[in-house]
Design a protein around this ligand. Structure first.
Ligand SMILES: [Fe+2]
Ligand SMILES: [Fe+2]
Length: 265
């Protein structure tokens, strides 16, 4: 059995072609230089901001991701439903009452089992099944297995308080709880009591000079006029953002959490 710490990287929402470019150019050298064993990428905005296509999912996996998580945009393009249904590495939030695809998967890699759970918050979002109860049931089922996995939770949520509450509810029960969805990286990364790595939001992997990924001029115009002009993605240099977590395979709990932002030259 593996004894040295497992190194896991979780990257925030990949936004459009600029985000995909960052994944293809910045992720592979980062994973190699940090000897990352397992990588999760949130892909809910990868294909033109809405969901992830088969081609783009393959590109993210080819760049080194082992799992791709989703969010509120996962189902918006019907064309991408087969990706959720057919690719076991592509997840969407578990607590949608009925939807294509799956919200969790267990992977075997680097001599360990890693479970990835994708759930979505409710505050200022949709009235989904309770994320706390959904996660509780999934974690309890894994804990009952003969070789329980290391559990990583991508909590796709708008509300800071909901994210902190869920993280503290699972502190000591899982290896990591990371927030996604807001596209703004928070500076509150830490290891919670009991050994659970946490950050309220991983931040966006996408255009640096943007309003959560959108062209700034258009975003400003929309805010000033309150007219819903069609949003366009910002261009320019990209940033890869996420959290690097070290996990003790014996305890299946986090030893450290380091926030990552790498900006394209
Ligand atoms: Fe997003
Ligand atoms: Fe989202």
């Amino acid at each position: 059995m593996r004894t040295d710490p497992l190194r896991i990287f979780l990257a925030g929402d990949v936004f459009g072609p600029v985000g995909l470019r960052a994944i293809q150019s910045l992720l592979p050298p980062f994973l190699a230089s940090e000897s990352v064993d397992f990588c999760v990428v949130n892909g809910e905005n990868a294909t033109a901001g809405i969901g992830v296509s088969d081609e783009d999912a393959r590109a993210i996996l080819a760049a080194g991701a082992d799992a791709i998580t989703g969010g509120n945009h996962s189902f918006e393009k019907r064309d991408f439903w087969p990706v959720l249904a057919d690719n076991p590495a592509v997840l969407r939030p578990m607590n949608f009452p009925e939807a294509p695809g799956r919200g969790a998967a267990v992977f075997e890699k680097a001599g360990v089992r890693v479970a990835v759970l994708n759930i979505q918050g409710r505050e200022d979002m949709y009235p989904l099944d309770c994320p706390f109860r959904a996660a509780d049931a999934a974690v309890a089922a894994w804990e009952a297995e003969s070789v329980p996995p290391i559990v990583l939770i991508d909590f796709h949520a708008e509300s800071n308080q909901e994210k902190e509450a869920l993280a503290l509810a699972f502190a000591g029960k899982v290896a990591a709880v990371v927030g996604t969805h807001t596209h703004v990286q928070t500076a509150d990364e830490r290891v919670l009591p009991g050994g659970t790595a946490y950050i309220t939001d991983l931040g966006m992997t996408g255009p640096l000079r943007s309003v959560i990924g959108v062209d700034p001029a258009l975003a400003i115009k929309r805010n000033v006029t309150q007219v819903l002009y069609r949003m366009e993605m910002a261009q320019g240099p990209a940033a890869l953002r996420g959290l690097l977590v070290e996990i003790d395979p014996a305890t299946r709990r986090a030893l450290s959490a380091r926030r990552i932002e790498i900006v394209e030259k």
